[in-house]
Design a binder for this molecule. Structure first.
Ligand code: SF4
Length: 309
């Protein structure tokens, strides 16, 4: 039986006829929420270095990172096609000529079939979208926009430095250029109830976004979130509560929304809590079991087809 949800891996197989893996790229970009433009602290949970692949050394070019990533992941997953994933920090936060040079370098790699650009809702505008729309003519491409929560009080609490309205504007603009959007959501943010989280998912469902990435809230060593956690300001979700939230979120999403991730993964040396998140496979299995136990599936409660993209 097929999955009870629509994972990105299935979408990629349908589109490219084979397994396609993501290669994380680091371009040395900063983030306006960390460099003082918006704030200096960044989001209270963020440590970008935790995303950096261990095999990379400093100063590697995009081509060198792609050569390393495709060799290692190709061996591990028996894959020969890859997505160049501009993942670390804000990947549209640089002059347009520099962006074009880096994106094109990735596109030239013979094993790259798609580009994925991760950024903030307040860091995309007509110039970068016009560039991406041109590149999309050459290879498959999408944007990842962090939302995390559709509640401004939470965005303030976690110091995102943008509002829900900024996100809505960014989505509208990106869609106007014919570019697909995947959004990131965090489940278990401080002071949010399950109903708050499902409200966020309903908004994403109504926008008809192409993709969604779910993350549990991981407390990473050295962050302001760690201080709040140690003060007892909030408790991370238990695995069962997280799995329930993901299952109920999937029910609300359109069946065709691609699910890019069911949970995040923080390296053990950086993680403070919750420790269950170290076992990604266990989390995935529990979510799939719960879908089966409840005999439910992605889109079961989604009934507004006229709102699809
Ligand atoms: S916008 Fe992204 S890179 Fe910037 S501080 Fe927040 S999570 Fe970190």
């Amino acid at each position: 039986m097929k999955e009870r949800y629509y994972p990105l891996s299935r979408y990629l197989k349908e589109r490219f006829g084979r397994r396609v893996q993501r290669v994380t790229l680091y371009c040395g970009f900063s983030c306006p929420n960390r460099d003082g433009t918006i704030s200096e602290g960044g989001c209270i949970y963020c440590v970008p270095e935790t995303l950096l692949p261990a095999a990379y050394s400093s100063g590697m070019t995009i081509t060198e990172q792609l050569n390393t990533g495709t060799r290692l992941l190709g061996r591990r997953y028996r894959a020969d096609k890859f997505i160049a994933y501009f993942q670390i920090n804000t990947n549209t936060y640089a002059p347009i000529e520099r962006l074009e040079g880096l994106y094109r370098e990735a596109l030239r790699h013979p094993q790259v079939v798609a580009l994925c650009i991760s950024t903030r809702p307040d860091c995309i505008g007509p110039a970068v979208l016009e560039l991406l729309a041109r590149l999309k003519e050459e290879k498959h491409l999408w944007i990842e926009l962090g939302l995390q929560s559709a509640h401004n009080r939470t965005l303030e609490l976690i110091n995102r430095g943008h509002s829900v309205e900024d996100f809505l504007k960014a989505v509208e603009l990106t869609k106007a250029y014919g570019i697909e959007v995947c959004t990131h959501l965090i489940l278990g943010l401080p002071r949010e109830t399950k109903e708050d989280m499902l409200h966020t998912v309903r908004l994403v469902a109504e926008l008809g976004l192409w993709g969604v990435k779910f993350h549990q809230l991981d407390v990473i060593r050295g962050t302001r979130l760690e201080a709040l956690y140690r003060e007892g300001f909030f408790k991370p979700l238990e695995l069962e509560a997280y799995a329930e939230c993901v299952v109920e979120s999937l029910e609300l999403l359109p069946p065709k929304t691609t699910i890019h991730r069911l949970c995040g993964s923080t390296p053990a040396e950086h993680l403070v809590a919750p420790l269950w998140s170290l076992d990604k496979e266990r989390v995935r299995k529990r979510i799939e079991e719960l879908l089966k136990e409840r005999d439910t599936f992605q889109g079961r409660l989604w009934n507004k087809p006229e709102r699809r993209q």
